[in-house]
Ligand binder design. Structure first.
Ligand code: 13P
Length: 341
């Protein structure tokens, strides 16, 4: 465990005005995204699309790191055939890797999930480090519904996150701990707050129990929002207020920073929420983005697999990354959207 390297990586991930690009969609998720724009999810198409994102000029101004999927970590740029991790590192962008093996039904807990992937993880982390990965991600999923989340679900997922984090740190890889409280459902923002507070409390208790170094751990949090189908949707101010309140009550100040997932929010809502939270006074940690959909939706729609549309897709991606880079500093304004290409 190289503490200096872990500190350096964590500080660079949370650099001011920058955030993470989550480009670690599994082949299954990638297929869903590609199908929505009429593109076949082949290895070549996935490489071409990731190449488009990573080679966007100037993106390193707003993107400190990219979370990759196993396949992408082993692929290379189209021009120059340079391995993606080396290409990104050359631009000053830290390569990261999703290491969990996805969600599965949690036994005896109907409607709930647990994340798998601990078996053999020590060996995989050693290889990922050699391939250039300096941080990792593990996503746990917490569902809100009648009578859930259950204690069993919070407990099982918190322990898996803690065991994963300890293995990462042993391998000098910064763990991103991602307990995502889903926005699916018609629950109120109050229920989301309760579930989020219970989730984060369980996660940090487990991290302590497994001697995980908080100084070398990044939290990837979901925001406290109204359920997608809740008739009463909380506004930007309320989401920011409840999310910050929840984080302050559960996340130790020792953490180097917190990044957010977008979770199915619209592009502009995800940016506006981050902006409002970044403006909150007296936060003990920097806050920034680690979005997949809210950074990529626009690029994917502009691209649609057509080689002639790469430049337009890159412009759309650059704009979205710039808006979120501003939001991480509380400097975003909706009228800046009009400057989009
Ligand atoms: P979204 O921003 O699309 O929620 O994805 C972030 C992520 O990495 C989920 O694990």
């Amino acid at each position: 465990m190289d503490r200096n390297l872990l500190s350096k990586t964590a500080a660079a991930m949370l650099a001011k005005g920058k955030g993470l690009l989550a480009a670690d969609e599994s082949s299954g998720t990638c297929e869903k995204r590609f199908t929505s724009v009429g593109v076949e999810s082949t290895e070549a198409n996935r490489r071409a699309y990731r190449d488009l994102l990573f080679t966007t000029k100037g993106i390193e101004e707003f993107v400190s790191g990219v979370i990759l999927f196993d396949e992408t970590l082993r692929q290379s740029t189209i021009v120059g055939n340079e391995p993606f991790p080396e290409f990104l590192a050359g631009k000053g962008i830290i390569p990261g890797i999703k290491v969990d093996k996805g969600i599965h039904d949690l036994a005896l807990s109907p409607g709930e999930k647990v994340t798998e992937g601990l078996d053999g993880l020590r060996g995989r982390l050693g290889e990922y480090f050699k391939l250039g990965a300096r941080f990792a991600k593990w996503r746990a999923v917490i569902t809100i519904g009648p009578g859930i989340p259950s204690h069993a679900c919070l407990y099982a997922n918190a322990h898996a996150l803690a065991r994963y984090s300890a293995l990462c740190q042993e391998a000098s890889i910064v763990p991103i701990v991602e307990p995502e409280v889903l926005l699916d459902g018609d629950h109120t923002i109050e229920r989301c707050y309760e579930a989020s507070e219970a989730t984060l409390s369980a996660v940090f208790a487990a991290l302590r129990a497994y001697n995980v170094s908080l100084e070398h751990t990044v939290l990837k949090a979901s925001m406290v929002v109204s359920g997608k189908d809740c008739p009463k949707q909380a506004g930007v101010d309320r989401v920011a207020e409840e999310t910050v309140r929840c984080l302050k009550r559960t996340v130790p100040a020792a953490l180097p920073g917190i990044v957010f997932l977008s979770g199915g929010q619209s592009d502009e809502a995800a940016t506006a929420h981050l902006n409002e939270m970044a403006r909150a006074p007296g936060l003990p940690w920097p806050l920034t983005f680690s979005y997949s959909r809210a950074l990529q939706n626009c690029a994917l729609k502009a691209w649609r697999g057509a080689p002639g549309s790469v430049a337009a897709a890159q412009r759309a991606f650059h704009h979205r990354a710039r808006m979120n880079g501003l939001a991480a500093q509380g400097k975003y304004r909706p009228d800046l959207e009009k400057q989009a290409a």
